[in-house]
Design a protein around this ligand. Structure first.
Ligand SMILES: Cc1cc2nc3c(=O)[nH]c(=O)nc-3n(C[C@H](O)[C@H](O)[C@H](O)COP(=O)(O)O)c2cc1C
Length: 208
């Protein structure tokens, strides 16, 4: 059996974002974990490289079964890229209690490329990106019929001070695009949850 192809989708697009670092942290854990049967390969997919416009298709992607029929080249490329994978890891920050608009916009261009496939969610933020995590689950499960794993890791920035709007050095570092060793050290407690979520999606692919 050839390795399962897994896409790790980066959910943010700020110039100094930390999502690539969070994605690498997740990827490294999974590639070094025991969850290696069946074999898999994880590719990072950066929405930002597709140059998608604000959603501008004349109809909902539910009606576009032939992915080459999307009107813009960027939407066609994005759909063909997503269609290549067996399962998905969506790594997203929380912006204003939800997911970044750029992520939602990119997801709105999809339907048949991934409907029904397995996915897992990893969010990060002051409270682990809990609101984004829940919102993303609704979008993926109800919007696309994806099979979302029950484990859904929420990665919290350490050291929040409730008397200062929950600010912390880790949050200030993240705003500047820096994922500190203190933060990833704190997230070690979430390692097992990340692995369990991934095992779920691998199992979900293989039982299809
Ligand atoms: C527009 C914006 C809104 C934000 N809103 C939230 C929020 O609602 N909850 C939260 O935990 N963090 C919030 N933050 C802080 C982010 O968690 C932090 O900046 C993180 O680094 C964002 O991920 P990114 O670097 O990949 O863009 C916000 C940051 C930005 C830029």
């Amino acid at each position: 059996m050839s390795p399962l192809q897994i896409a790790l989708i980066l959910g943010s697009s700020r110039p100094n974002r930390i999502s690539p670092h969070v994605g690498n942290w997740v990827k490294t854990i999974l590639e070094s974990s025991e969850a290696s049967s069946p074999q898999f390969s994880i590719a990072t997919v950066d929405i930002d490289t597709f140059g998608l416009p604000s959603f501008n298709e004349p109809v909902s992607p539910v009606l576009i079964k032939d992915l080459s029929k999307f009107t813009s080249q960027s939407a066609r490329l994005w759909n063909h890229e997503i269609a290549k994978y067996d399962a998905y890891i969506v790594v997203s920050p929380e912006y204003h209690q939800g997911i970044p608009g750029s992520l939602k916009n990119a997801l709105d261009f999809l339907y048949h490329a991934w409907a029904g496939k397995p996915a897992m969610i990893v969010t990060y933020g002051i409270m682990g990106g809990s609101s984004a995590n829940e919102s993303l689950r609704v979008i993926l499960e109800r919007g696309f019929g994806l099979k979302v794993s029950s484990f859904s890791p929420r990665l919290e920035f350490p050291g929040r001070d409730p008397t200062k709007n929950n600010a912390s050095q880790a949050l200030m570092d993240a705003m500047q695009g820096k994922l500190s060793v203190e933060t990833t050290g704190f997230w070690e407690g979430k390692r097992e949850e990340v692995v369990q979520a991934f095992k779920e999606i691998l199992e979900s692919v293989t039982v299809v």
